[in-house]
Design a protein around this ligand. Structure first.
Ligand code: PMP
Length: 362
């Protein structure tokens, strides 16, 4: 990774060589479309797709029929909103931990929005979950990096409405913790492959009851046959996957999951940085010491200036509102600086970055 120190895994994770090799092998030696041919290459691709679907299913403790490939968390949430056929009488409970991708599709649907309160630690206060038809749960905020008690939140939401649909955004959670959809009892769980070191343009959407919902995208691959005026759709999960899938990205997914399971990001690096930054009087840390991310602001310094100053030294961090305006507003700030690590980051790198920060902030 040349001289760059990349501390922005939470935006997109660097790719392990095994992921790159799997994609190159597919492109070079096996490339074909899926579900569309009987030649040996097409069969190879179908086998690969089935294997990857099963691999993702075991990764999330579910079955292959419950896994839908999409184009990312944003795409999944937009599809879910359309599947739910919300009206202006529907009530959707959200929280201020939400990413714009997770809340905005619901807001734009015209449904009524209620906000689940956060407690003093900025965690979702499951004792105060309001009545809702849909509860949207960000399992880990991309600003605060704290694990939410998804199972308990869903249990409390179901106490208020046994038929509530629980939608979980696991885009950050998936990097650090095992997803167990059975334990959560969620109706939908979404994450993006690029957050775990697979490629962009691929999302994973778990559906607890796929046969209860109708697809919202139409085209090739999801139709079995059309006879006169009758359209016979494919079975789940294919019926939810209209058009050609991002096959190259799927080819790299298994290697990324293997790598993640064998080696999750080392959060001790963030604890080390936390302890160093805590000593600096101008730095206000927003995250807990044991969080999966390290976010902070610096008194008297704009986050863009900070980003540019570490940037010229070859350090990549994320600065801005992180597409999470609501949590920033709640904390009384417009933007923050976020440091996140992947399993490829080292102690030497974070020590170097601490030196730069001390130099810049004084
Ligand atoms: N939710 C969270 C918590 C995220 O961190 C992100 C990515 N920043 C998203 C949703 C959206 O993911 P994508 O852009 O891959 O669709």
């Amino acid at each position: 990774m040349n001289k760059i120190i990349y501390l922005d895994a939470a935006a997109s994770y660097q790719k392990d060589e095994t992921v790159i090799e799997a994609e190159v092998d597919f492109l070079r030696n096996h490339y074909a479309n899926s579900g569309r041919g009987i030649c040996s290459r097409a069969a190879w691709v179908d086998d690969m797709l089935n294997f990857m679907r099963r691999r993702v299913a075991s990764f999330m403790n579910t079955n292959a029929e419950n896994i839908i490939f999409t184009h990312g968390t944003t795409d999944s949430i937009n599809q879910i909103v359309r599947m739910l056929n919300l009206t202006d009488e529907s009530v959707v409970a959200v929280s201020d931990l939400d990413h714009h991708s997770t809340r905005l599709p619901f807001v734009m649907s015209g449904a009524g929005i209620v906000v689940c309160p956060l407690d003093n630690n900025y965690d979702i206060d499951f004792n105060k979950i309001p009545y809702a038809d849909v509860v949207v749960i960000t399992a880990m905020s991309n600003v605060l990096g704290a694990v939410q008690n998804v199972a308990e939140i869903i249990r409390c939401a179901r106490e208020k409405n046994p038929n509530v649909i629980a939608v979980v955004d696991a885009a950050q959670f998936v990097v650090h913790e095992k997803i167990d959809v059975a334990e959560w009892g969620a109706d939908f769980v979404c994450w993006s492959a690029h957050k775990i070191g697979a490629d962009t343009g691929l999302g994973i959407m778990y559906m607890k009851n796929p046969s209860r919902f109708a697809p919202v995208q139409f085209g090739g691959g999801m139709v079995n046959k059309i006879v006169a005026d009758e359209i016979i759709f494919n079975n789940v999960p294919d019926v939810f996957e209209a058009g050609t899938l991002p096959l190259t990205q799927i080819a790299g997914l298994g290697a990324a999951i293997d790598k993640l399971e064998e080696n999750r990001p080392n959060l001790d690096l963030l604890k080390y940085m936390y302890d160093e930054l805590k000593e600096m009087s101008r730095v206000r840390i927003l995250t807990a010491r044991d969080a999966a991310l390290l976010s902070f602001v610096i008194d008297g310094m704009h986050v863009l200036d900070f980003g540019a100053m570490v940037g010229v030294r070859g350090v990549c961090v994320r600065v801005g509102n992180m597409c999470a305006s609501w949590i920033h507003k709640l904390m009384g700030i417009d933007a923050s600086i976020r440091i996140s690590v992947g399993s490829y980051n080292t102690k030497e790198q974070v020590q170097q970055v601490i030196k730069y920060i001390k130099d810049i902030v004084k």
